[in-house]
Design a protein around this ligand. Structure first.
Ligand code: NAD
Length: 379
């Protein structure tokens, strides 16, 4: 074995119903005087619960998905005008993303209280959108010093959004298995993340107000983000980054829709990763409808993922989120430019066009084996 692995320094406090106590504890640890709370208007209720034991100097609710640069500028100015020395962000990945944009230029530390499974709270990756181009980068200043997980804050996350967001987390895990900096440590976290998400998400669908499914999914989401932060962006993330940044597609739904196509594309060229993924999915899923083990790991992994997606009633077609056939050429051009050179399968314009055409309409993902295409089991 030969590898280099970096671990990001962060405290994690996990406990249902304990957000207010944990936020107060972390604010005291920072000895902060002027706290800015970032939460969208919709997230304000959770934010008030989580900040019940601290004094908030400034509330900021101007949150927009993919963090347009103007939104970042307004938040930075508001923080500076109020002399803010700590940010507490409470909400989904968009809210965390805005906090990161402020931290990027000001160095103000962040405590994150996530209420979706996006996982931004556990990465040092920031994203900003200017015009039609989303730029991302890694900077340790944007890594929240502490993450506070309270599954009670997620009980109201609608099932459809829970599923998309949970599959976004699953995509972090899957892409981590073959990403540029994949190593045995982040692959182990990714596999455990897959197991936890494949266990927790069906339980959320079955019982949206049950705490155990929510806790398991949050745990899986954290692992997925740690794995992703360490392994880097693979092809799946590059594709979704283009679709979100250039065509303004919704983040979680886009990840949820594209994932099986990227798995079908890369799986045959990464049989060890596919076998590991299949094992982790099988370990997390339960019930008689799970496909039987197969000889081809890529086909097995795609079938298991499709089976999980069917249980979850996952999103299937990019056309449902505003992507059109006319967008494909521009998307292909940008994806081929951004694709990691280390991707297991060769990325060409024609292959990416085929992948996007299938994802556009929700065709059953086709697995490429020994030069031919084999359909995975339907969804
Ligand atoms: P989001 O933050 O936009 O939230 C989606 C919707 O869910 C919003 O309307 C929000 O108000 C609502 N919501 C949030 N929590 C809720 C709850 N508990 N109950 C009910 N509704 C709730 O979406 P997202 O998918 O969480 O985040 C997407 C953004 O995060 C994108 O901009 C993406 O690029 C970014 N992201 C960044 C990283 C990173 O490492 N930098 C990782 C993942 C995602």
């Amino acid at each position: 074995m030969h590898f280099e692995h970096s671990t990001l320094a962060q405290r994690v406090l996990f406990g249902s119903g304990r957000a207010a106590e944990h936020v107060a504890q972390e604010v005291a640890r920072h000895d902060a005087r002027n706290v800015m709370c970032i939460a969208s208007d919709f997230e304000r209720t959770f934010a008030e619960t989580a900040t019940a034991s601290i004094e908030v100097k400034l509330w900021h609710s101007d949150v927009v998905q993919h963090v347009p640069i103007e939104t970042a500028q307004r938040a930075r100015e508001a923080a500076s005008d109020a002399g803010i020395d700590l940010i507490v962000c409470i909400g989904g990945g968009s809210t965390t993303g805005l906090a990161k944009a402020v931290a990027l230029t000001t160095g103000i530390p962040i405590i994150a209280v996530p209420t979706t499974y996006a996982g931004s709270e556990a990465t040092n990756v920031w994203g900003l959108t200017e015009g039609a181009t989303k730029t991302t980068g890694a900077d340790d200043r944007v890594l929240p010093t502490a993450v506070i997980y309270d599954a009670e804050l997620t009980l109201g996350l609608p099932v459809a959004l829970s599923v998309s967001s949970g599959l976004n987390a699953l995509a972090h895990c899957v892409d981590s298995l073959w990403a540029p900096r994949a190593d045995p440590i982040n692959q182990a976290m990714a596999a455990e993340g897959v197991r936890a998400l494949a266990d927790g998400l069906p339980r959320i669908v079955e019982n949206p107000t049950g705490i155990e499914g929510r806790e398991t999914a949050l745990y899986g989401a954290y692992l997925s983000a740690v794995a992703f932060a360490s392994a880097g962006s693979g092809l799946h993330h590059k594709i979704c980054h283009v679709l979100g940044g250039t065509f303004n597609l919704p983040h979680a739904e886009t990840h949820a829709t594209v994932l099986p196509y990227v798995l079908a594309f890369n799986g045959p060229a990464a049989p060890d990763a596919a076998a590991r993924l299949a094992g982790a999915l099988r370990a997390g899923m339960a019930g008689s409808s799970i496909p039987l083990p197969g000889e081809d790991p890529a086909l097995e992994a795609v079938d298991l993922l499709n089976s999980l997606r069917a249980t979850l009633n996952a999103p299937t077609a990019l056309q449902d989120y505003g992507f059109t056939e006319a967008d494909i050429p521009e998307a292909v051009k940008r994806i081929v430019q951004a694709a990691p050179p280390s991707n297991p399968a060769e990325v060409t314009e024609s292959r990416m066009e085929q992948l996007l055409r299938s994802a556009l309409v929700g065709d059953t993902p086709a697995v490429r084996t020994a030069g031919s295409l084999i359909q995975g089991a339907g969804q």
